[in-house]
Every structure is written in structure tokens, then in C-alpha cells.
Design a binder for this molecule. Structure first.
Ligand code: GRF
Length: 191
């Protein structure tokens, strides 16, 4: 699931393609027509679908459609790779312990939108990213993998975001692997 540039989506596709992760990205769902993630899927040859949140009367109806889209292709895991919408029980309960999120801070610090700006404004010297299982409370849920990113004195939002993204691309495939192992979908030897 992606709303924007889709660099985490692409990192997952590459991890599957180069054998780092014994998995396949069966489907990308985007909510913003023509977004970077959609363009990357077209380029990479990954099936994609558009579920535009503006065309649904409620979050629940959107999430029902998302769950159905994933059930249609029988996925084992769903990754919110930059899905900029709050999800509801409709999706979370359709994929218990199988729905992952990536967030650009060391949770539980800096939940919610603009986590990178929050870290800069707080003046902390260390931030990072977190891959976790999704629960109904936003940016909560059991942590799977975290990576720390030091903040330099002269960092801007862009320079810091770039280094956080680099770490996200590393930990998202690891988190998928870990979640799959916990569910017994992969043995520890597989990856
Ligand atoms: C990432 O920073 C992720 O942590 C946040 O949204 C961003 C998505 O980036 N939830 P991209 O679309 O994968 O490039």
C-alpha cells in the first residue's frame, strides 16, 4: 500500500527480486492516481490497483475494499509502505499480525504525520525509522525492526529524510521476513 513516491515499495520489490527476501510482491494498491509508487509498479511490472479514498464514503468502506483486493490475490502479508491514511479495524482484523507499517522515527517517539519535522524541532540528536505491526492506535503496535539515524547540526528536512529513507529501504524487507517467520510462513533458514 503506498500513497506517494513509493521508494519503500521499490526496495521491497528489489529485495524479492535479488533473493534477499523469499517472497513476491503480488499487488500494489495506491490511493493517489499517478503517484510515484504507481509509476514504479508500471516500470517494474508489478500489478497495481487504484483505490482512491476520495471515492469512498468512509474509512471503513475503503478498508473493506483494500482487504478484498488483497484477499483476491491471496497475499500472506500486507505492507503499508508510505500509506498516508489512517486504517481501521476493517483492514487490521482482516490481516491479524500480517499488516506492517513503516514510520520515519524511532517509535514511540514522534508518532503521526511529519515525524521528521518533529524530530528536528525537538532538537534530538538521534532519530531513525521503525517497522511495526499495525494496531488500531496510530503508529503503535509491536515493533519488528528499528534503525537509528544520527541528526547532524546542519541537517535539513531533506538531508535527514534521505538518510532515514536509506535505512527504511534496508529494514522493510527485514521486517517482512521477521513477520513471516513469526507466522511460520518462512523457516528461520529461509533468509
Ligand atoms: C516513508 O518515510 C515512510 O516512513 C512514511 O512515508 C514515507 C514513504 O516514502 N510512512 P516512499 O513513498 O516509500 O518513498
Amino acid at each position: 500500500m503506498a500513497s506517494g513516491a513509493g521508494s519503500n515499495f521499490e526496495a521491497l520489490v528489489h529485495a524479492c527480486g535479488d533473493g534477499t527476501l523469499p517472497a513476491e510482491v503480488a499487488l500494489l494498491v495506491v490511493n493517489n492516481p499517478g503517484c510515484g509508487a504507481q509509476q514504479r509498479a508500471e516500470h517494474l511490472g508489478v500489478p497495481w490497483r487504484l483505490l482512491d479514498h476520495r471515492l469512498f464514503a468512509s474509512r471503513e468502506l475503503l478498508d473493506q475494499a483494500l482487504a478484498q483486493a488483497f484477499q483476491d490475490v491471496q497475499v500472506d502479508l500486507v505492507v503499508m509502505a508510505g500509506w498516508m491514511r489512517i486504517v481501521t479495524a476493517e483492514l487490521i482484523q482482516a490481516f491479524p499480525d500480517r499488516l506492517l507499517n513503516i514510520h520515519p522515527s524511532l517509535l514511540p517517539s514522534f508518532r503521526g504525520a511529519r515525524a521528521i519535522e518533529q524530530a528536528l524541532a525537538a532538537g534530538v540528536t538521534l532519530t531513525g525509522c521503525t517497522a511495526h505491526l499495525v494496531r488500531e492506535e496510530v503508529d503503535s503496535g509491536p515493533i519488528l525492526v528499528q534503525a537509528a539515524v544520527p541528526i547532524a547540526m546542519d541537517d535539513t528536512r531533506e538531508t535527514l529524510a534521505q538518510r532515514i529513507h536509506h535505512q527504511e529501504h534496508r529494514i522493510v524487507p527485514l521486517a517482512v521476513q521477521l513477520a513471516a517467520q513469526r507466522l511460520g510462513l518462512l523457516t528461520p533458514a529461509q533468509g
